[in-house]
Write a protein that binds this ligand. Structure first.
Ligand SMILES: Cc1ncc(COP(=O)(O)O)c(C=O)c1O
Length: 397
């Protein structure tokens, strides 16, 4: 399916959700938890309304609503629901779609805590949720894993940190055949590079902490539903379980996302150059980056394809295994040793020691997350400075 809205992406990123003809160009931060009613009838009417505006800011805040409308527009969805973190958005998905003793199929190599809260008996499993974690890029394996009680297919594409890409349209066809909702975590690509709803997903989610905010200033998440039904269902979960976003943080994301398109272009351009450099470096043993024809899902990457470009993230292995990876990470000076991704600062980390340390080693390795894997998110700094920093750190191995 061809996506024709991207030419307007930057215009929508700036103006969608709130466009002033006079007064402030950003929505005011409305600092009020509660709202006065004109009369009992007014209060009763507001409570009876679908959108619950002007009641209490956990239910609806105009500042947060402006952000939700903007991101929903960028994702071509019915509506967005902002959450206090990306993981609150993931949790709302499990809460909404899974009921007692139901089963979820999900990407094995997904963000560590997204996997932990599904599999670990301290979280959803204690209420009977079952899960099959697999390489969702192998679509036939998804088909085989479907059970009568499967209520959710949850994919992260590209996966974190293996950069494995799942064909959303193919999975969507299977999901529709079996009437199972399909949810995609689109954090790695951002709406600039990928719009899962256009390829058949029912809900798309983001950790806005990453490229949507872009400046490492706040933690937040968002869910965008394709249909009115899923939108109100998910909104009810978020407002009633309390994982909402504050108006103060909403404004950071609202202004940050205005430059998403130009940031992603710049980051991707440097990432392509960095992948070329690392791929030919004697200390690098392998690299996962979807910018090369030898990536198994390269057919999904490029203009008018599922993923409109290879993005700004890569993973690679270093000579000397975990010891080599630690030497690299302990010696970078400009590249920052930190988790998170997608922002203006280049961040580098070890998933085995950090983001995915909560996934048991055996499961981690089965999912392709080897100890020596280094995840690298390229920012907007000068490429030559980033490259020089990598060169001096790699020389220490
Ligand atoms: C792909 C992905 N999804 C979800 C999350 C969770 O987001 P947050 O840290 O904003 O809760 C992350 C965090 O790194 C992530 O990388």
């Amino acid at each position: 399916m061809k996506n024709d809205h991207n030419s307007k992406f930057n215009t929508n990123a700036v103006h969608a959700g709130y466009h002033a003809h006079s007064g402030p160009v950003n929505p005011p931060i409305e600092e009020s938890s509660t709202y006065a009613f004109e009369s009992c009838d007014d209060g009763a009417e507001r409570f009876a309304s679908k959108d619950k505006e002007g009641i209490y800011s956990r239910l609806s805040s105009p500042t947060v609503n402006a952000l939700e409308k903007k991101i929903a527009k960028l994702e071509n969805g019915y509506g967005g629901i902002a959450t206090g973190s990306g993981i609150a958005a993931v949790s709302a998905i499990y809460f909404h779609f899974l009921d007692k003793d139901s089963h979820a199929i999900a990407t094995a190599s997904m963000y560590g805590p997204s996997r932990t809260i599904l599999e670990n008996s301290s979280f959803y499993k204690k209420w009977g949720a079952q899960s099959t974690l697999l390489d969702t890029s192998v679509v036939d394996d998804i088909k085989k894993a479907i059970r009568p009680n499967t209520k959710l297919i949850y994919i992260e594409t590209p996966a974190n940190p293996t950069l494995a890409i799942t064909d959303i349209s193919k999975v969507s066809a299977i999901a529709k055949e079996h009437k199972i909702p399909l949810v995609v975590d689109n954090t790695f690509c951002s709406p600039y590079l990928q719009n899962p709803l256009d390829w058949g997903a029912d809900v798309v989610l983001h950790s806005m902490t990453k490229s949507i905010g872009g400046h490492a200033t706040a933690v937040g998440g968002i869910l965008i539903a394709k249909t009115e039904k899923d939108y109100y269902g998910l909104r009810s979960v978020v407002t009633n379980t309390g994982g909402i976003l504050s108006p103060h943080d909403a404004i950071l994301f609202f202004s940050g996302v205005k430059t998403l398109g130009i940031r992603m272009e710049r980051m991707q351009e440097s990432a392509i150059r960095m992948a070329d450099y690392l791929r030919n470096h004697e200390k690098i043993t392998w690299i996962f980056y979807p910018g090369y024809e030898d990536h198994p899902m390269y057919y999904l990457v490029g203009k008018d394809k599922q993923m409109r470009g290879p993005g700004a993230l890569m993973s690679f292995g270093v000579k000397g295994g975990l010891k080599g990876a630690k030497t690299l990470l302990d010696n970078v000076k400009l590249n920052t040793l930190a988790v998170s991704l997608g922002g203006v600062e280049s961040l580098i980390q070890s998933p085995a020691l950090m983001t995915h340390a909560g996934v048991p080693k055996e499961e981690r390795e089965k999912a392709g997350i080897k100890d020596e894997l280094v995840r690298y998110s390229i920012g907007i700094e000068e490429f030559e400075d980033l490259r020089a920093d990598m060169e001096q750190a790699l020389a220490k191995i």
